[in-house]
Design a protein around this ligand. Sequence first.
Ligand code: NAD
Length: 315
Amino acid sequence: MKILVTGSCGFIGFHISKFLLEKKISIVGIDKLDNYYSVNLKKSRLKVLKKYKNFKFYKFDLTNKKKIKKIFKNKKFDYVFHMAAQAGVRYSINNPRKYIDSNIMGFYNILEISRDAKIKRLFYASSSSVYGDSKKFPLKENYLLNPNNTYSLTKKFNEDLARTFNKYYKLNLTGLRFFTIYGEWGRPDMFVSKIILSNLKKKRFLLNNFGNHYRDFTYIGDVVEILFRLLKAKKQPSNQILNICSNKPLKLLKIIKILENKIGKISITKKKLQKADVIKTHGSNNKIKKITFYKNFTNFDEGLSNTIDWSKNYY
Ligand SMILES: NC(=O)c1ccc[n+]([C@@H]2O[C@H](COP(=O)([O-])OP(=O)(O)OC[C@H]3O[C@@H](n4cnc5c(N)ncnc54)[C@H](O)[C@@H]3O)[C@@H](O)[C@H]2O)c1
């Protein structure tokens, strides 16, 4: 089996690539090594992947349709995991064009070429942010969407475009609405890694909304196991959208307490609400549990300890 993973030097793309490589599946990775956050961290992830004989890597931008086409022609992929995107809600306020280029044009190229290459299924990253601010929890996949920034709008548009490619061209698709994924090799712009890092570097941590946000933190180890089971699952709808979440929202202030018990006092400056942020995310994971039979989600304490151990070792 041959699989293309876009964004293979990113947090989730790296983990799914590594997991599948261990299962002896051939992986081709594409990434442009964007500098939205540490390029060195991306290069370190790539170094790990390059140790596997069944891994090949190409560095380029997904807006380059010619290059993608050439790789598809040469490699004959069975499946695609499209994890490349310009991520980050807050960054989208000042850099909207990057989201249009990578998340709309890049995604469109992958869709079109996957259709022409008749791949078996395209798994693509969406986001919990498509729900926007909501009052009804847990969020189910069929709830109304209310994206309120450029990032979440591009993710919602991806889902809409995917639906039309399924309807008119019979491309099989699975949209993955990730909810705040954390863990080893995590993104330094996201809460868990960011606060651990600021503690290790003895810097003050700026805490938005005075720590009153709730996030449905989901451990990366659970995510890759779920994605692998999805790859194997029989009889899935030809177009589906799935929440990828633990269904256990935690308040950031509570996490800080848990963290302080593990790594000592954290110096914090509390700030008001950031205008692109939603107050709470909490997804239902019934659908994903039904399809994959994955039930034993890692508890936050354990996932956090793993992340701290990795961070102390890496930074
Ligand atoms: N991590 C989360 O909690 C989370 C939550 C919701 C949604 N997502 C989505 O999941 C996907 C993976 O997220 P992640 O946390 O691994 O992000 P990430 O930023 O770590 O990884 C994305 C990778 O894609 C690459 N990339 C970006 N634009 C590209 C382009 N035009 N061409 C080639 N490569 C490009 C980047 O260099 C990066 O390495 C993204 O689509 C993201 O929006 C992630």
